[in-house]
Write a protein that binds this ligand. Structure first.
Ligand code: SF4
Length: 382
């Protein structure tokens, strides 16, 4: 059995460790590229969710590398996630791509089924398998910790790209790490390397929350590397969606003391119940970011994503009540880099202007124009 899975952000590294830990041969799908998307788009229905198309591309590329079994998560709820895996199974069968599919439905709904599937996949004595899964969890926590450091550094580094290079090396090292000790050493070393990166101390940085559907938030191909673009515009990105938190919220039911989503407390009265996907969390996180003093929020969603459309419909009320600017971006295979870049620049320019106005620094036509100070991304006063 050669297993593969969807390649979403850094999830590949965590799944690879877990599946190898239970003794399976793993074929990691190549990182998502335009080819991945084109393959998915060619075979999926036009109206299908964008993540379904990208996943399909992942599976077709993994097939070329010899994979014969797909492990993926299913879902429940009012949106299309419930029949996602079945649609993919039919499409793959129709185009003669022979795959066995093992679909994990949410454990709180189908626990015995999940257990049966774990037993079916496991090839090792239980103790060894559990050790592999714990190692994967530790890697997830390490990646998320370093990624938050990366998000803080990007808008402040003097030479753009240095922090990203360090982070990419860290991912390679974490992939090879075989024990908790290795992971700790890598985290310590990488934090040290990041601390040495020269940075501006006097730059005015915009703090921006990112919310939305998990795939569009975590997969750089789908969101056209939005976090890197924002970093270059002088924006510190914060988000509530990280793989470790998602695992803690959904698989461990929030048992571990990690910051997680709490939409039942934060989203009302704007949205009072689960609407599928991450729609409820998008509203709750937006409220949280407003309370934490973020300058703005960007909501990311695949075109036609029902839960995010519901969330979008109440964002105007959140914006008005909390006084936080919100921009929603729908993404699909037609989304172009230039259009996205223009929208980001305009939004960040507006946030910077508002920030400076609140600080009483907007030029009133008399004396020295404060907008001519070094301010990444700001075109005012030039
Ligand atoms: S959350 Fe959105 S993108 Fe994901 S399956 Fe549901 S409708 Fe599609």
């Amino acid at each position: 059995m050669k297993v593969t899975f969807p390649h979403m952000g850094h999830l590949w590294l965590i799944l690879k460790t877990a599946l190898e830990g239970i003794g399976l041969e793993v074929v990691v799908p190549p990182p998502c590229t335009r080819r991945t998307l084109e393959l998915g788009v060619r075979h999926a229905p036009e109206s299908a969710c964008l993540p379904l198309k990208v996943n399909l591309g992942n599976f077709l590329e993994a097939k070329e590398l010899g994979a014969d079994t797909i492990v993926m998560a299913g879902g429940v709820g009012p949106c299309r996630i419930g029949y996602y895996a079945q649609v993919q199974r039919e499409i793959l069968r129709d185009i003669g791509c022979d795959y066995e599919m093992v679909v994990f439905e949410p454990p709180d709904v189908h626990f015995s089924e999940v257990w049966d599937k774990v037993k079916y996949l496991n090839r090792r004595p239980w103790q060894e398998g559990v050790r592999g899964v714990i190692l994967a969890w530790q890697k997830a926590c390490a990646i998320d910790l370093l990624e938050q450091e990366l998000q803080r550094l990007r808008p402040r580094e003097v030479k753009p790209g240095q922090a990203d290079a360090v982070f990419q090396r860290a991912l390679r090292d974490l992939d090879a790490a075989g024990s908790r000790g290795d992971i700790k050493r890598i985290v310590k070393r990488v934090k040290g390397e990041m601390a040495k990166i020269p940075r501006y101390t006097d730059r005015q940085v915009v703090r921006l929350g990112i919310v939305g559907e998990i795939y569009t938030v975590l997969e750089p191909l789908v969101n056209l590397h939005i976090e890197r673009r924002l970093g270059a515009l002088g924006v510190e990105v914060v988000r509530g969606l990280f793989i470790s938190r998602w695992i803690n919220d959904n698989l461990f039911k929030g048992l571990l003391p990690l910051p997680g989503h709490n939409p039942e407390k934060t989203a009302p009265p704007y949205l009072n119940h689960f609407v599928g996907g991450h729609g409820w969390e998008s509203v709750g996180d937006t409220v949280t970011f407003a309370r934490e003093g973020c300058d703005g929020v960007i909501q990311l969603a695949p075109l036609t994503c029902m839960p995010e459309i519901v969330a979008h419909s109440v964002m105007a009320s959140v914006q008005e009540a909390k006084g936080i600017p919100i921009m929603t971006i729908y993404l699909d295979e037609q989304t172009g880099e230039s259009g996205l870049q223009t929208r980001l620049e305009a939004f960040i320019d507006m946030l910077l202007w508002q920030k400076r106005r609140q600080a009483g620094k907007v030029y009133n036509g008399r004396g020295r124009n404060p907008c001519q100070e070094t301010m990444p991304g700001c075109l005012r006063g030039q």
